[in-house]
Design a binder for this molecule. Structure first.
Ligand code: AMP
Length: 472
């Protein structure tokens, strides 16, 4: 550059810091690791062994969502922290100790979503969905993050599918959402029951809370520190305390159902009537309050039918009505209701029942090659089979025929196609029946059609649909 003196770049020598850099250690529960690339606690890889079940859950949810006219939305993982602080509320475990909150490079406080209902409400307001025909029904799936104490069925990153319905306050909306959740489990082959309660409106809850606090104050000395804190900060949460002493005290505690105003009672009774009508099994649980501040009226959880449902991590999903949420976020007052299911817990329940579908269709055909000329034909043939919808496997990286047949046997295919140098020259290919060992030489151009026909004939299996062929 003219006028500027070139400066030789200086070698950068990193000096050891005079004082050791202080590393904030918040992972007090982190096991002592020797390797630096181990998974973070509470995080996991979901490998292909489990993906069959995950696909089954995703497919089942998608088909139910379509049947009930819910539209798919994808919401961001990162949101302003305020969105959750405001809606989930102080005094809840999520806000007080579980959120992954940090300052982003623009100096904004952001959080990895601990749940997605608040995001759905934000999207509803932000995209002017108040002006669309109501209800606006959306569903989503994705990871959520809570820095909770990891244990079986409880992770720090976990996946949910959620359904939210905005704009209608009729009890049938609550009931239909419960039916949708129930049907998802039914279609998956899981027997669940619904635990249900009503926590009324904010107003009738105030009077109840005063009674509840007065009751537990008399027994304050028996409460754990955690429950004392709850009593002070968020007394409703004491109802889902897991402490033995508190649970015993609950027997004599005032019950929220007795404090509901007439409208709330009527709403709740109608929800229950609808559920009876469609024969969804439910159990009234006067202690069910759900952890989040924004719920009103109906709250519910899905638990396995043979589960007592006393452990927090036994719920497969839950939800409720949240009539105040949209207004709380600055929108027009809008009634709404929704639920979320935990995919890890559903996957675990499926596994316990031995339900483990294949991750992808099992190949019926294997292609074995001998040499590069054969590999070239194989690449193209592979595409021909794929286009015809017939799953085919190969081991292009192997050289010996024996090694390739071993793979074919392990995969349990019906036919192996063998292409040697002679067959390449003759434009033929060998079809080997893996069960009988019989081999026949056919025209390579006709092999896709022939194999398809053989598969239909042999198994009564449609190689494309992977289901029994209709014989009519
Ligand atoms: P919630 O948003 O807390 O109502 O949770 C709804 C459902 O998500 C629960 O019933 C669980 O099935 C699942 N879930 C919640 N927290 C976790 C977690 N930490 N790990 C795994 N699944 C969870």
């Amino acid at each position: 550059m003219p006028g500027k003196k070139k400066v030789a770049p200086k070698a950068v020598v990193s000096k050891p810091p005079s004082k050791p850099v202080e590393v904030k250690k918040d992972e007090s529960d982190e096991p002592k690791l020797s390797k630096s690339y181990d998974l973070l606690r509470g995080f996991r890889d979901i490998l292909s062994e489990d993906q069959g079940r995950w696909n089954l859950i995703r497919d089942t949810v998608r088909s139910i969502a379509e049947a009930y006219s819910f539209d798919r939305v994808d919401l961001p993982i990162l949101e302003r922290s305020e969105l959750f602080n405001r809606t989930i509320g102080k005094g809840t475990d999520i806000i007080d100790k579980e959120m992954y909150t940090f300052t982003d490079p623009s100096n904004r406080s952001v959080a990895m979503r601990p749940e997605a209902t608040a995001s759905a409400a934000r999207a509803y307001i932000g995209h002017g969905m108040l002006d669309r025909p109501q209800p606006v029904k959306m569903w989503y799936t994705g990871p959520m993050f809570r820095h909770d104490r990891p244990q079986a069925g409880r992770y720090r990153q976990f996946y949910q599918v959620g359904f939210e319905s905005f704009g209608v306050d009729e009890p049938i909306v609550d009931a239909q959402l419960i039916v949708i959740g129930y049907k998802i489990f039914k279609d998956l082959g899981l027997d669940v029951k619904v635990q249900i309660n009503s926590i009324g409106t904010t107003e009738c809850r105030q009077a109840y809370l005063a009674e509840l606090v007065a009751y537990f104050r008399q027994h304050r000395s028996k409460l754990s520190d955690d429950d004392k804190r709850r009593l002070q900060k968020n007394p409703l949460r004491i109802l889902d305390s897991k402490e033995e002493v508190t649970r015993e005290l609950l027997d004599g505690a005032p019950q929220i159902l007795d404090w509901l105003d007439d409208k709330s009672k009527e709403h709740f009774m109608k929800v229950l009537e609808f559920l009876e009508e469609v024969e969804v099994p439910f159990v009234l649980n006067p202690y069910l309050v759900r952890g989040l501040d924004y719920y009103t009226h109906t709250v519910f959880e899905f638990v396995l039918a043979d589960d007592e449902g006393t452990k927090a991590q036994s719920a497969l999903g839950g939800g409720g009505r949240y009539d105040g949420l949209v207004e709380l976020l600055g929108g027009r007052p809008t009634p709404a209701c929704g639920f979320a299911l935990g995919m890890e817990r559903i996957s675990r329940a499926l596994e316990a029942k031995g339900i483990n579908p294949l991750e992808r269709p099992k190949p019926h055909v294997f292609f074995a090659q001998l040499g590069d000329a054969s590999r070239r034909v194989g690449l193209k043939l592979f595409e021909d089979f794929r286009n015809a919808g017939v799953p085919i496997a190969e081991a292009f990286g192997k050289n010996s025929l024996k090694a390739q047949l071993d793979v074919a046997n392990k995969l349990g295919v019906q036919f192996t196609l063998i292409l040697g140098q002679k067959e390449v020259l003759d434009e033929t290919i060998i079809i080997r029946d893996m069960e009988s060992g019989a081999q026949e030489i056919v025209d390579v151009k006709k092999v896709v059609g022939l194999v398809k026909k053989k598969l239909r004939h042999e198994e009564g299996v449609d190689p494309i649909m992977q289901s029994p062929v209709e014989t009519a």
